[in-house]
Design a protein around this ligand. Structure first.
Ligand SMILES: [Zn+2]
Length: 106
């Protein structure tokens, strides 16, 4: 996997590692996942999540496991892929919505 990222602020390369990814609680069930540039400490949001988002992630994992089962029919698989795409789109909207809400005041 190629994770080459250039920091907007210091223009240096950010080597993104799992341990640099942090999660902070914003309010109620809303959490922000972000990483920091290890040169200048600028924070970059990966996504915002809430209960629904995380529930969808669990469902996505279940779908992935089901899809890995070679014995499922093509019809069943295509239904699962459709469901998968729908949930991915939903989560994208959820995260974007919070991003607008929390980051428009920058
Ligand atoms: Zn930087």
């Amino acid at each position: 996997m190629n994770n080459k990222l250039i920091c907007d602020k210091c223009k240096r390369e950010i080597k993104l590692k799992q341990k640099h990814t942090k999660i902070v609680k914003i309010e109620n069930d809303i959490e922000r996942m972000y990483f920091k540039c290890h040169h200048c400490n600028t924070k970059y949001t990966i996504s915002y999540t809430d209960d629904e988002f995380r529930k969808n992630i669990n469902t996505l994992n279940v779908i992935r496991v089901k899809l890995a089962d070679k014995s499922i029919s093509v019809e069943a698989a295509s239904e699962l892929v459709k469901e998968y795409d729908t949930l991915m789109a939903k989560n994208k909207l959820i995260s974007q919505g919070y991003r607008k809400k929390y980051e428009s005041v920058v």
